[in-house]
Ligand binder design. Structure first.
Ligand code: ADP
Length: 416
């Protein structure tokens, strides 16, 4: 049984987070627009009501003034309203608790000049709406009437509304976050199931294929030893090798994905990895009539998994051997470059056409399939190498000149 939990979490958790973030942002935008509109409409309504109120009381006072030439300020000053009347040389007003008649002089003056004046005054805690109007009845009875009403109740109501909207909105967003997370998980479930099934299939299929392949190869090899001239037997061996490396690569991709989440925190000496790997390749390169050299510092430490780093180098060396004709040279170098460890594998082989360079790290990509068919690869090596390097927070790149050779460069953060 091959659990794909590691890769699954790496793939699906960010998608789930993104989906949830979208739910919450859309809801937040809707709430902000609706909340602002609601607040503004309510505010407008409340303050309009206040304005209508003061004007109504002023109209009553005016009526009294016309009818009787006098205004009963105490009678009119009911509820939240206070009425003051000023006639030439005479001020009639409601005396407040401090013994004074409070009057907004600026508003009076404005009304005297313009006929009427409506304004807000006072500061937080004592806000008022002041309406002043100038009335004149023949022959020359002039009066200024001022009606004042506190707007504190309205402002208090608006503060409560704002607090309610903010608390309700924040609560709504938290609920949307939780619900969105749950919904995103639910909607991703079928994709997860399909992904797991496919992952397990690749993994199991690779496993099941390995044993029969090994048996076929052993038998064919036996046949080949018995009958060295048998071309078919030789073909079976080489084709089985090709198939085996495909199966190995598939298994590696599947298994490596599983291990993806595993932390890579062992100190590894890259110089030692290079020396050991190069040593193990000497026979192969000698068989292919290639010269294999290397240059390393005495020590070059990186953080990671020794086996995976060795696998990267094996893939690069395998390719160098495969794509370099007899008589060529392969050079492996490890060196430090500032905060990085740099590993290069250079060969004097057939090179890679420029248009193929960007794709060589793609899965199953093979530059010029016809040319490569005899070389046994399946186009997974570099994809695996890149996956392994990325997992070590590194980068892999290639430069190549067709017909002259290729250089693969791996850069990894150095452990100092
Ligand atoms: P393969 O199994 O085909 O070698 P890889 O992923 O390792 O798959 O490489 C992809 C392709 O890149 C190869 O098919 C080959 O065309 C090209 N390539 C890789 N390494 C070299 C090299 N050292 N020299 C020339 N071509 C190379």
């Amino acid at each position: 049984m091959h659990s794909a939990a590691g890769i699954e979490d790496r793939l699906f958790t960010p998608a789930r987070i993104r989906l949830t973030a979208w739910y919450v942002s859309v809801l937040a935008a809707v709430l902000i627009v609706l909340g602002t509109a609601l607040y503004l409409v309510v505010r407008e309504q409340l303050l309009n009501g206040v304005d209508n109120g003061v004007k109504l009381v002023a109209a009553k006072a005016t009526e009294e003034w016309f009818a009787t030439g006098n205004v009963d300020v105490t009678g009119l000053s009911t509820g939240p309203y206070t009425v003051n009347v000023m006639t030439p040389g005479h001020l009639v007003g409601v005396t407040s608790t401090d013994g004074y008649i409070h009057l907004n002089r600026a508003s009076m003056q404005a009304a005297d000049m313009n006929g009427s004046d409506l304004r807000s005054s006072g500061s937080s805690g004592d806000r008022q709406r002041v309406y002043s109007v100038k009335v004149s009845a023949p022959p020359n009875q002039v009066a200024l009437i001022q009606v004042t009403r506190s707007t504190e109740p309205e402002h208090e109501a608006l503060s409560k509304l704002l607090a309610g909207l903010l608390i309700g909105g924040a609560g709504g967003l938290v609920l949307a976050g939780v619900g969105g997370w749950w919904l995103a998980g639910k909607s991703l479930r079928p994709v997860r199931v399909a992904f797991n099934r496919q992952h397990a299939f690749v993994s199991d299929a690779s496993h099941e294929l390995r044993t029969p392949l090994a048996v076929i190869r052993a038998n064919a090899e036996f046949l080949q030893q018995e009958q060295p001239e048998n071309v078919e037997a030789r073909d079976i061996v080489s084709e089985t090798d090709r198939l085996s490396s495909l199966v190995d690569a598939l298994l590696a991709v599947a298994r490596d994905d599983d291990r993806g989440a595993k932390a890579l925190h062992m100190r590894v000496d890259l110089a030692e990895v290079v020396e050991a790997t190069v040593a193990s390749f000497q026979t192969v390169t000698a068989d292919h009539e290639l010269e294999l050299t290397h240059a390393t510092p005495s020590e070059l430490m990186v953080m990671g998994d020794r086996e995976q780093l060795r696998q990267v180098l094996v893939i690069l060396l395998d390719n160098a051997v495969r794509y370099t004709p007899a008589g060529g040279r392969i050079h492996v170098q490890a060196r430090e470059d500032g905060k990085e460890a740099v590993l290069t594998v250079h060969d004097t082989g057939i090179g890679i056409p420029e248009e193929a360079l960007p794709q060589v790290f793609e899965r199953f990509y093979r530059a010029d399939d016809a040319r490569n068919r005899q070389s046994g690869g399946v186009g997974l090596g570099l994809a695996i190498a890149r996956e392994l390097v990325t997992r070590h927070s590194g980068r892999i790149s290639v430069t190549s000149t067709e017909g002259a050779g290729s250089t693969f460069t791996v850069r990894l953060p150095r452990d100092t």
